[in-house]
Design a protein. Structure first.
Length: 217
């Protein structure tokens, strides 16, 4: 009987100890929750300060300077990558006054035929349903950079000067010129002409013309 009483008392004591430990743990957890929340919020604010998200605020006023109808037949597109080095203030004291950047540029060059330049005298149709057309020379319509893929890979600014704000713009303009020139040297205009003639040939034949020819006179 005495032994049973001792076991009951011991069980009660263990139960009280477990209950007290649970209450203590719950209190500590509740007490540290605000601290952990504050720490997480502070970490988020620090990250936002070190890596801020730019705020874009476009002016609500839009000015349209010109509206013009186009009759361009785009027949060839090149995707080009070009590496441009732009620098200023280089020389023996470049480490003090120099500014140099390396731009990796990605862009597109689009060429084709401007059909708005085709006049009435350029199209001849005979009684047999044969047509001959004098097409204008192929030309480059647009050369544009892909801003999502174009980036400054490296930049070195001298110790005694600030970075030239116009240097990257100059590098981007040079990249567009170089990409256009590279596409022309690779034959984009000739390919644009051939593609334009093939497209117009199929179109005119589908309209019922028995023969289609392209002349250069």
């Amino acid at each position: 009987m005495l032994r049973r009483t001792i076991l009951i008392i011991a069980a009660g004591v263990l139960l009280l100890v477990a209950l007290a430990a649970y209450l203590l743990f719950s209190g500590v957890k509740r007490a540290t929750e605000p601290i952990l929340g504050l720490q997480a919020e502070l970490t988020t604010q620090v990250a936002a300060f070190l890596h801020p998200t730019p705020t874009i605020m476009p002016d609500p006023v839009t000015i349209v300077h010109e509206v013009r109808a186009l009759a361009r037949l785009e027949t060839m597109q090149y995707s080009v990558e070009k590496v441009i080095t732009a620098e200023t203030g280089q020389g023996p004291f470049g480490f003090l006054f120099g500014d140099r950047l390396l731009l990796v540029a990605h862009g597109e060059v689009i060429a084709g035929l401007d059909l708005d330049r085709v006049g009435l005298d350029d199209v001849r149709v005979d009684a047999q349903g044969r047509v001959s057309i004098k097409l204008p020379p192929a030309e480059v319509f647009t050369t544009s950079l892909d801003n999502e893929k174009t980036y400054v890979y490296d930049r070195e600014v001298g110790l005694l000067r600030k970075g030239d704000v116009e240097l990257e713009s100059a590098a981007r303009l040079a990249a567009e010129r170089e990409m256009e020139q590279a596409a022309i040297e690779d034959g984009i205009l000739e390919q644009a002409r051939l593609n334009g003639e093939n497209y117009l040939y199929r179109l005119l034949r589908s309209l019922g013309f028995s023969e289609v020819a392209f002349r250069s006179d």
